[in-house]
Design a binder for this molecule. Structure first.
Ligand SMILES: Cc1cc2nc3c(=O)[nH]c(=O)nc-3n(C[C@H](O)[C@H](O)[C@H](O)COP(=O)(O)O)c2cc1C
Length: 337
């Protein structure tokens, strides 16, 4: 009952302001004890990447880029939270406006461009973490780091967050950092992953426990590119694949206001493609690597579709903007396995 009211007020504001206000309100509610911080809901627990998840539902990267709202988001009951994308140095991202709502189709276009406070600031926040669920930290490269030196940025991030992350995600699929997606290619991906795996092995010695690495991929890849990526991830000993990031395709939103804005499209119009990618990966991988499914989960039935396509875990972002916290309750209340 409350969220539709809050939403009609929030939707009068520009999307970024509404986002900041919502996170601040959630964080204050958690700090004041209005919602209990870090109360993970135990339902359909599972072990993925060697980590124990109290339930399969998580918050996708980008919602809490600077890890300022872990307690508030944790209070929603999710089994895991992925903070970031964070880059080694702070950066402002692209000029505003850079987020656009498409309410008729429950979609969103963003071209934020990894605006974040930098990895040092993020680490200060995660040190104080008050959340019992699994915490992932999503890493990117700075916009002005040449693509040939991208590995150095990811390695710097990995070293910095290793003591605090339950798992790390390597984001090579944002459409808003020039040429980033080229890192998904057959020539570029293996050396990057090899360097990350070597470094992770070194870090695990001081950390004293495994440091799983997940790779986040784009939905705009054809079947043969997906097959290549699946093979490379297994060969290079990665721990999970996250499918998918936002899409550059506008096929399903022609004629919608803002459809021609540059950036990545998320939400309901992305769902069918994300499910298709997950089910293709599930067939190709046949259990060799777990899949974290994300894209357009705006209802319990869409969450179920993603799990049935072969995802071991699922994440939400845009669905939360349109449906609010009741979406999480609805998904977690579903009693199917
Ligand atoms: C405003 C916005 C910012 C995002 N920022 C990031 C990010 O920093 N890193 C990342 O890996 N994904 C980012 N994403 C992608 C989401 O994590 C997710 O993969 C995608 O939006 C599809 O899920 P959804 O349809 O539930 O939103 C962002 C998405 C949105 C809408």
């Amino acid at each position: 009952m409350l969220y539709p009211l809050a939403r009609s007020l929030l939707f009068r504001l520009d999307p970024e302001t509404a986002h900041t206000l919502s996170l601040q309100a959630l964080d204050r509610a958690a700090r004041c004890g209005l919602v209990s911080p870090g109360q993970v809901i135990h339902t359909r627990p599972r072990t993925v990447m060697g980590l124990n998840f109290a339930n399969p539902l998580g918050i996708a990267a980008g919602l809490d880029k600077n890890a300022t709202c872990i307690a508030g988001l944790g209070a929603l009951g999710v089994g895991f939270i992925e903070v970031g994308t964070v880059t080694p140095r702070p950066q402002n991202g692209n000029p505003r406006p850079r987020v656009f709502r498409l309410p008729e189709v429950e979609g969103l276009i963003n071209r934020l461009g990894f605006n974040n406070h930098g990895v040092d600031a993020l680490v200060e926040m995660v040190k104080e973490r008050n959340y019992d669920g699994v915490l992932g930290i999503n890493l990117g490269k700075n916009f002005d780091t040449p693509l040939e030196q991208a590995a150095a940025d990811y390695l710097a991030g990995l070293r910095r967050v290793a003591p605090y992350a339950d798992y790390v995600t390597i984001n090579i699929s944002s459409p808003n950092t020039q040429n980033l997606r080229q890192l998904q290619g057959n020539d570029t991906l293996p050396p990057l992953l090899r360097a990350l795996h070597d470094e992770r092995q070194r870090l695990e010695q001081t950390r004293g426990r495994p440091l799983p690495i997940a790779i986040k991929i784009a939905p705009d890849l054809n079947e043969s590119a997906l097959d290549d990526i699946a093979r490379i991830l297994v060969e290079e000993k990665m721990d999970a694949v996250i499918a998918t990031n936002t899409t550059l395709s506008r096929d399903d939103i022609t004629g919608q206001p803002h459809a021609q804005e540059a950036g990545g499209l998320s939400g309901a119009p992305l769902h069918a493609r994300s499910v298709e990618v997950v089910s293709h990966l599930a067939r190709t991988l046949s259990g060799a690597l777990p899949i974290i499914g994300v894209g357009g989960i705006t209802s319990a039935s869409r969450a179920q579709a993603m799990l049935e396509a072969g995802a071991s875990l699922i994440q939400v972002y845009t669905g939360l903007i349109y449906r609010g916290p009741p979406l999480i309750e609805e998904i977690l209340a579903t009693d199917r396995p």
